[in-house]
Design a binder for this molecule. Structure first.
Ligand SMILES: [Zn+2]
Length: 69
Protein backbone atom coordinates (compact mmCIF):
# COMPACT_ATOMS: atom_id res chain seq x y z
CA UNK A 1 0.00 0.00 0.00
CA UNK A 2 2.86 2.37 0.72
CA UNK A 3 4.51 1.94 -2.66
CA UNK A 4 4.60 5.08 -4.75
CA UNK A 5 5.17 7.46 -1.89
CA UNK A 6 8.08 9.61 -2.92
CA UNK A 7 8.49 11.63 0.21
CA UNK A 8 6.90 11.81 3.61
CA UNK A 9 6.60 15.41 4.64
CA UNK A 10 8.45 15.41 7.92
CA UNK A 11 10.43 18.55 7.27
CA UNK A 12 7.79 21.06 8.26
CA UNK A 13 7.53 22.78 4.91
CA UNK A 14 4.19 24.45 4.48
CA UNK A 15 2.64 22.65 1.53
CA UNK A 16 -1.09 22.21 1.25
CA UNK A 17 -3.07 19.23 0.07
CA UNK A 18 -3.77 19.56 -3.65
CA UNK A 19 -6.78 17.26 -3.69
CA UNK A 20 -9.64 18.86 -5.60
CA UNK A 21 -12.92 17.39 -6.81
CA UNK A 22 -15.85 19.23 -8.43
CA UNK A 23 -17.52 19.53 -5.03
CA UNK A 24 -14.60 19.68 -2.64
CA UNK A 25 -11.30 21.47 -2.29
CA UNK A 26 -9.04 20.33 0.48
CA UNK A 27 -6.86 22.89 2.21
CA UNK A 28 -5.33 20.68 4.85
CA UNK A 29 -1.61 20.71 5.41
CA UNK A 30 -0.02 18.15 3.11
CA UNK A 31 1.57 15.17 4.81
CA UNK A 32 3.02 13.34 1.84
CA UNK A 33 3.78 13.64 -1.85
CA UNK A 34 2.82 11.11 -4.48
CA UNK A 35 3.41 11.50 -8.22
CA UNK A 36 4.39 15.12 -7.63
CA UNK A 37 1.08 15.95 -5.92
CA UNK A 38 0.66 16.88 -2.29
CA UNK A 39 -1.85 15.06 -0.15
CA UNK A 40 -2.96 15.18 3.43
CA UNK A 41 -3.30 11.79 5.13
CA UNK A 42 -7.07 11.84 4.82
CA UNK A 43 -7.13 12.49 1.07
CA UNK A 44 -4.32 10.01 0.47
CA UNK A 45 -6.09 7.21 2.31
CA UNK A 46 -9.32 8.06 0.47
CA UNK A 47 -7.47 8.00 -2.85
CA UNK A 48 -5.65 4.72 -2.18
CA UNK A 49 -8.28 2.79 -0.20
CA UNK A 50 -11.55 4.59 -0.87
CA UNK A 51 -11.92 5.16 2.86
CA UNK A 52 -11.21 8.25 4.92
CA UNK A 53 -8.83 8.07 7.85
CA UNK A 54 -11.72 8.16 10.32
CA UNK A 55 -13.35 5.19 8.59
CA UNK A 56 -10.06 3.30 8.68
CA UNK A 57 -9.65 4.03 12.38
CA UNK A 58 -13.18 2.73 12.92
CA UNK A 59 -12.41 -0.45 10.97
CA UNK A 60 -9.26 -1.02 13.01
CA UNK A 61 -11.22 -0.47 16.21
CA UNK A 62 -13.90 -2.94 15.11
CA UNK A 63 -11.28 -5.52 14.16
CA UNK A 64 -9.66 -5.08 17.56
CA UNK A 65 -12.96 -5.61 19.30
CA UNK A 66 -13.61 -8.76 17.29
CA UNK A 67 -10.26 -10.17 18.37
CA UNK A 68 -11.09 -9.67 22.02
CA UNK A 69 -14.32 -11.65 21.82
ZN1 LIG B 1 -6.54 16.71 1.72
Amino acid sequence: MASGIEKINIYGDSRNCSSVTPTFKCNNKADLVESGKDYCVDCWTKKTTGLGIEQIKLQIKLLGELKHD
